[in-house]
Each structure stands twice: as C-alpha cells, then as structure tokens.
Design a protein around this ligand. Sequence first.
Ligand SMILES: [Zn+2]
Length: 469
Amino acid sequence: MEEEQEDDISLSENLDENGFPFLPSSSPQPEQTNDKPIDTIEESFSSEFYRGGTDWSGLLGNEKKKKKLKQANLFQLWGFKKPQEEESTLITRVSSLPAKAEEEKKQVVASSSGFGGRKPKGRDNQRRVCPFYKKIPGTPFTVDAFRYGGVEGCSAYFLSHFHYDHYGGLSKGWSHGPIYCTPLTARLVKMCLSVNPSFVYPMEFDTEHAIEGVKVTMLEANHCPGAALIHFRFQDGRCFLHTGDFRACKLMQTHPLLTNQRVSTLYLDTTYCNPKYKFPPKEDVLSFVVKVTRTSLKRQPKTLIVVGAYSIGKECVYLSISKALGVKIYANASRRRILQSYDWPELSDNLCSNGQDSPLHVLPISSLRHETLKQYLETYTPQYTAILAFRPTGWTYSETTGNHLDLIKPAIKGNSTIYGVPYSEHSSFLELREFVQFLKPDKIIPTVNVGNAATRDKMQSCFRQWLKS
Ligand SMILES: [Zn+2]
C-alpha cells in the first residue's frame, strides 16, 4: 500500500503542489474527468464485489449462523438493484431536476466533448456507478459520492471532509442535489471549488438536523479541520454511523449519541486495519517534533525549520513548534488563504506573509528533498545556514522503531536534515479495534482498501474477532 494513498495524498492533475484545487478561472471549467486511478479501484471493487458475492453473516456478531445472509438477500434488504441493472445505467440523476437540465446532462454524457474534449479513459464514455458502500440504505443519501454525477434516487449528498479522495467530482457546475457538510467544509467547497452556494448546506457539529425524515448529526472526526463522523438516526430508532476519515479516540466514547444508542451499521475508515500499523498518539509525535527542533536550534541557532504539508490537515505539527518557540508561521498566500478560512484564531493569528519574519516555514511536501531544501535555504542565506525539515506521514514502517520515536533516524545531507514523523490522522489498528468494541455494531462496512478481495477477507476476519462477545 502506498503511503500516498493512506495519507490522503491523491496526486492529481486537478490539484496544485499544496494539494488544493487550482483556483477557478473565469472561463467555464470542464467537469472533472473521473479518470483517476482511485476511481478505477472503487469501480472495479464494486463490480468485483457484486460478481464474487460476499457472505456478510460473519459481521452479525451474536446472530451468526441462525441468520446466514446471502448476497442476494442483502441486496434486497438494502433495496439495491442487481448489479447488471446498475452497470447498464450510464447516468442517473435526481428526479426533481427540470427536464431541460436532464436533457442537457444526457447530452453531456453522450458526447465525449463534455469532458473538455477528452475521452474518459477505458470506460467507453460510461459514467462510473456509485458503489454500494457510499449509499445509506433505506434513505436517499450518499456519502462522499460526487464523482458519479447524479446518483439515482439520491436527493442528499453528504461530504465528510475536504480531502480530494472524498470531494472529487465536485465542481463549479455541480447541480445534482444539496450537499450537506460542516460549516468549515462548506466554506472550502465554495471558496476552492466555486460550487454554487445554493447547493451547500452547512451543519454545525453536534446539532441534529431532520433531513428526509432522518435525524442527522455531524460529530468531530479527529481527522483534518472540518472533518465529521456522520450519525444517522431513523424513525424506527436504528442508528448508522459513517466515520468518513477519522482517528478514533477516547473522547468519542463519551459522545451522548454514541453512548446512549446502539449503532447498528458502521461505515468504517479502514485505512490502517492491519495489525502492522502501530503508531504513537499525536501528542507524543508533537512533543518529539518540538524536542528535535529545540535540540537542533541549540546546536545551530541559524536553523530554518520546515514542515511539509499537503492539502488540509496536520496543522498542529507546525502550530506546536510555533507555540513552543514563540515564532510565527510562514506559508505562501494560497495556503494562508485556506488556513485563514478555518476560523481557528490560534492558527490564523500566528501566520506571517514574509519568509524572513519567521524561522518556521510550511512548504509543499514535494519540496522535502535535500536538493530542493538546500536551494530554498540559499534564498535565506546568511540569515539561516542549516535547514531542518519534518515530513508528517501517516505511518512509517520500521520494525525497529515501532512506537519508539527516539529511534527515528533522520536523513542528513550536509546542512539539510529531514525527519519523517508518524503523525497520523487515521486510527491505528488498536484504536480501530477499541472503537469497534466500544460501539459493538451489528454490521461493519469498510470504506477504505476495499479493492482487493484478500484485504477484504482479512478485515472481515478482524471484525469477527473484535465482535466476539
Ligand atoms: Zn481524509
């Protein structure tokens, strides 16, 4: 598994080196082409899953053998169409769209020029079909399903957070239905993607909203700013929880919605659902980063500190250095614009717009190479004579270091030092296990790394183990 995938780093021609969409221009933007590798993975999973069939009975916990679910029954239970029917549906859309708009969209799909003159790769112009794990059965809801155009029967599109692999497909021209997300995500969607504000519905955290007869609440996900767990409560009392991307923590176990009501179905961020993924708590990594910085400055006071960043998230890595040293944070104008939109005064009050005003700089993660860093340092000579960079990764595999941060060996070349630090905004394997054992859901639907049958089987075997009472 590539680090880039795990770490929300979906390098794309649609994104700049900072992981943000290119600023919209005044000319009409073509719709995103849906030809990214991640789409292929999701689509092929969907087809493969349908073809191969999966017995989910192992996920039923106590009910086990008595209620052995068959694949067909599960589809019926959830109200899904048979795969053949879905596969043949090139595009589906919200039925309430005016006839003219419907007709226009048919034309867009029928003509490859609707994708900026380029043919979508290898799919015979077919729009991809929204996979089942992005739908909430028994509702007209989808979660993080924007790359499929309008989804048949969907009248409410939820967005868990502003990372490309979740919002991909959203663009200025979005008109398939209302988008529900947290206020911060809503601001980013409007600011970075120029989505028509009339389609964007911000929902404050911890406030229940009635949508299509379902009570929906956004919960803090402990991932990137604005990221939410989405809690659905149906009229019959059943609750579903979609984690989006999250890092499970003790605090979540005290949330009234999760302690007082049983969650029957859990859509789970399984990014690190493998026992090999062990990493320390975020706080430990932040202390380590501050300690290394202080030691380096003691040795060489003229050291420029760089933190690599991609897209949104991991802001605490540079904020903790800023607070510990009492220095401002330098970031370029486009990143400052994003950071200032967070409504996070501790962060926005500490930004500066001139690189010479602070020894702490945020750079695109792609610049964290010795040669690039040395060139960067030269532009600040003689103010600084050495450079210390941190690359916050999701996980860095090393049998020897494990959770022992002090064993991390930096890459050093001359006056350039680079530390990879395991600062993760996804749950570790043990955190996942603890969260699942706390919730005790009847069913778990993994949402990450589902493209491979062997991985899916391993995950299901984990879930069975965890849910054994
Ligand atoms: Zn994410």
